[in-house]
Design a protein around this ligand. Sequence first.
Ligand code: G
Ligand code: G
Ligand code: MN
Length: 394
Amino acid sequence: MKQQRILILDDDSSVCSLICNTATDMGIECISTTTPERFLGELTDQITLIVLDLVMPNIDGIEMLRLLSERKCRADIIVISGLGKRILDTAMSLASSLGLSVIGNLVKPFRLSELQGMMRHRPQPFSAQYNTDIISIPFDIDEFSQAIQNEDFVLHYQPQISIATGRCLGVEALVRWQHPKHGLIYPDAFIKHAENFNLIDRVTWVLINKALSEMGNLADRNGDLLMLSMNISSLSLRDLHFPKFFTSIASKYGVSLERLTLEITESGLISDSSKTLDVLARLRLKKVGLSIDDFGTGYSMMKQLRNVPATELKIDKSFVQNLQNDNDRVMVEKTIEIGRDLAMTVVGEGVETEEQLNFLRSRGCEIAQGYFFSKPLPKTEFLAWHETYQDSRI
Ligand code: G
Ligand code: G
Ligand code: MN
């Protein structure tokens, strides 16, 4: 176990001594300073814990977090501020998006016992904490065109469960690129490129055909057909012919439009052109379900809610997985309320634990999706999961 060593930056020297005395009493080595220059000078790989005041005269703590990230600082960080909890929560989200390891926050005036509790925190090995960037495989437009030509994509399916009855109501189809050399590549690594290459429409149609042929007519033991949700790039929804093509593919596979839902990410809807709204309205008139994916992460969600004729809201997993945070919990509660008031179905995404499921249930959320039930699975594995799941419910 690495020896704890604390470095404190606070422009209030009385706070510095209070923290230092506490640390020394606990047998922890401690350095404190009121100036950013000295702070950066003292920052070495030996420091395991940093206590950082967010509001200082010469540099703000947010700027300091950025500097720490640039220096690839791997120490655990506690942020403190007299400005209240919301700013601290924002600083913590920012810090973790910068790859820093923030372990807690303290609102001034704080209790010594709170600080002591955090200091007792045992430093973890550094490598486990530092978020490395997502590795992405470089590929060019020809290679990607070829992949579309060969239809080198597989769909994985993740169940959507009725929270009230436990029944599996439907599946969401999620694409993966089956790359001949690199293996399975996840959508975050290629969908954006497909959009930039202007090839996304071709991918969209390949996948709609695939999803409908594989899962369009899946029924459970009662003979009830399952719902099928697909993710559609908002760029593909600018094509005024989309509803016509979509309808004809559904009829080719004999799938009724009421059982299909198109998920559009909230950020995609921001660029709503009148064409997109035209397409969405016509799909809705044909009874296709429309879901706002990753709800809560976009920039103008109230405007989207008013304009888009959506039937479903999917609460982004970042909120569902952070219910211990007051802000995230309120987001989840209010999204469920908005959904109910607007007669929309609300799906809680990224449900991993029973507590998360119980919380959603207690607030009246209807559908849950997440690893708690199953990861997205290839078709045959999904079918096996579905059989076993139905067995377990008899
Ligand atoms: O499975 P994860 O499976 O990594 O999916 C990440 C994101 O990729 C999803 O949130 C979704 O927005 C996007 N995505 C998944 N499948 C598709 C697809 O078939 N088409 C498009 N356009 N996006 C998809
Ligand atoms: O379309 P979209 O953003 O909604 O896709 C959901 C993403 O979330 C996919 O990448 C899927 O693999 C992932 N996912 C689904 N359930 C869980 C879960 O319980 N935990 C986590 N961490 N990710 C999940
Ligand atoms: Mn989705």
